[in-house]
Design a protein around this ligand. Structure first.
Ligand code: HEC
Length: 157
């Protein structure tokens, strides 16, 4: 009887461990940003940078502004979510870095946008950290898809 319990228990433990590896919160060592491995410290820094600089528009839970697909009355777009429901994961690491550093109009000349340029506010390390944090929240499908886009962009995966 004791033996059977032990077998059942270790089976459950294996299932639980498998379930965890599918979790949406990715382990740092599974991720890269701009071709560099991500560390836990970087994700912790990125979470703080996000709360202080991005959450006011992109949402405390990365959910974006309400009705984010509908153009505002000033003709500009609201802030999209950074979670899997948005399109942040459609862009390569390098594009995300450039948009954050230079603003959308810094990447697409003449495009009017409410997305600020962070080049005078955040260091390159802080921008990489905030991207690491955002990427760490994506489920596997979005992470893999974005890694492929990044690979094609020549910026590492
Ligand atoms: C003042 C509001 C505001 C703040 C603060 C802000 N953003 Fe944005 N962001 C926007 C808006 C609005 C857009 C949509 C731009 C457009 O399409 O015109 C956007 C778009 C983006 C995009 C492009 C997403 C895509 O899928 O095309 C990225 C990446 C981004 N922001 C990153 C950040 C990061 C990282 C921070 C914090 C460091 C941040 N933003 C802070 C308003 C903001």
């Amino acid at each position: 009887m004791i033996l059977i319990c032990a077998v059942v228990f270790s089976g459950l433990a294996a299932i639980a461990a498998h379930g965890q590896s599918q979790s949406t919160i990715t382990r740092a060592e599974d991720l890269t940003v701009l071709g560099q491995s991500v560390t836990d410290e970087q994700i912790t820094l990125g979470r703080q940078v996000y709360a202080q600089n991005c959450a006011s528009c992109h949402g405390a839970n990365l959910q974006g502004q309400p009705d984010w697909r509908r153009r505002l009355s000033n003709g500009r777009m609201p802030a999209p979510p950074h979670d899997e429901s948005g399109h942040t994961w459609h862009h390569s690491d390098q594009d995300l870095f450039d948009i954050t550093k230079l603003g959308v109009d810094g990447v697409v000349a003449g495009y009017e946008s409410d997305m600020p340029a962070f080049k005078d506010i955040l260091s390159d390390e802080e921008i990489a950290a905030v991207l690491a944090f955002i990427k760490s929240t994506w489920p596997e499908r979005q992470r893999e898809s974005q890694a492929r886009v990044t690979g094609k962009d020549g910026g590492g995966s």
